[in-house]
Design a protein around this ligand. Structure first.
Ligand code: UTP
Length: 296
């Protein structure tokens, strides 16, 4: 019998990591709240999910992450002040970013045991339905939003989907890598998956970029809490089981835009420069400043 493809209504954002690469900035400020131009990294990623039609935003937070909850809430004092000062445009922009009442949920990962564990912490809120998963520090920037492309593909393929993009062959050992039937296709069945393969052993050069559509059966596999690479509970290990033992279909969706790893200093700084250079209100002057710094 043909099983209907269930819609993707919910998205999970794991934001419980320690952000050690950004210390001391991340001592009191979550790395997901560091700004790309004038929006927190996390806001950019929530925007991507909203553009893809997501209705419920689930944040897996941890200690010192309280400001994330505040960021996605009304700020009455500020809003009243903007109103009183006639700053209509600023107020409208602020309210536009805000998810509607009841559209957000927050749960805690009490210890950062790994991405797989963070996703598992969202199981009760996701329930028995397929969901999107977005890693907030991976900023996907392109003409077509990554998650929207994935949902379009999902509406035909169903099952599980993973966004991928090519990396140089000598960097595959730093990433989760997938093998696919057709490495050039926009959407292709996945034939294998491995987390941080030893140099020279990767099945392709397509890395997992941090956007997923997953079926709820992943939670039962994550429940086992087995540790993988780096001693962490890895999501990739459970996806391998979901594909192998549970025989669920997985497709790779190739993302053609630019990905900035905002969890690394280089990616974060590059994203700031790139996005500032695209801003109408900043580009001309900022370009002159950059050129001056580079002595161009
Ligand atoms: P990272 O491994 O890049 O985040 O995880 P990190 O551990 O905070 O970074 P560093 O290496 O110490 O600088 C990718 C995403 O998964 C979340 C992180 O918050 C980040 O958004 N994550 C990671 C969790 O929520 N829980 C974890 O146990 C691990």
């Amino acid at each position: 019998m043909h099983t209907p493809i269930r819609p993707i209504r919910k998205a999970v954002f794991p934001v419980a990591g320690l952000g050690t690469r950004f210390l001391p900035a991340t001592k009191a400020v979550p790395k997901e709240m560091l700004t790309i131009v004038d929006r927190p990294v996390l806001q950019h990623v929530v925007d991507e999910a909203r553009a893809a039609g997501i209705e419920h935003f689930i944040f897996v937070t941890g200690r010192n992450k309280g400001v994330i909850e505040d960021h996605f809430d009304n700020q009455f004092e500020l809003e009243a002040t903007l109103e009183a000062r006639g700053k209509k445009k600023e107020l409208e922009a602020l309210l536009r970013d805000l998810p509607a009442a009841g559209q957000t949920s927050f749960t805690r990962q009490q210890a950062p045991l790994g991405l797989g564990h963070a996703v598992w912490c969202a199981r009760e809120i996701v329930g028995n339905e397929p969901f999107a998963l977005l890693l907030p520090d991976m900023l996907h920037h392109g003409r077509s939003p990554c998650l929207a492309d994935m949902i379009t593909a999902y509406n035909t393929s169903g099952g599980n989907l993973i966004a991928v993009a090519p990396v140089p062959d000598d960097q595959t050992h730093q990433y989760g890598i997938v093998g696919v039937k057709d490495a050039k296709a926009k959407v292709a069945p996945i034939t294998g998956m491995v987390e941080k393969p030893k140099p020279g052993t990767a099945p392709s050069n397509l890395h997992i970029t941090g956007r997923y559509i997953l079926q709820p059966e992943i939670f039962a596999l994550l429940e086992k809490q087995e540790r993988g690479a780096g001693g962490e509970i890895q999501l990739t290990d459970s996806m391998i089981r979901l594909m192998g033992d549970a025989r669920q279909p997985f497709h790779a969706v190739r993302f053609d835009g630019t990905i900035y790893d905002c969890g690394s200093k280089l990616g974060f700084l590059t994203a700031n420069v790139a996005l500032a250079l695209e801003r109408e209100d900043l580009a001309a002057e900022f370009k002159r400043e950059v050129q001056r710094l580079l002595n161009v």
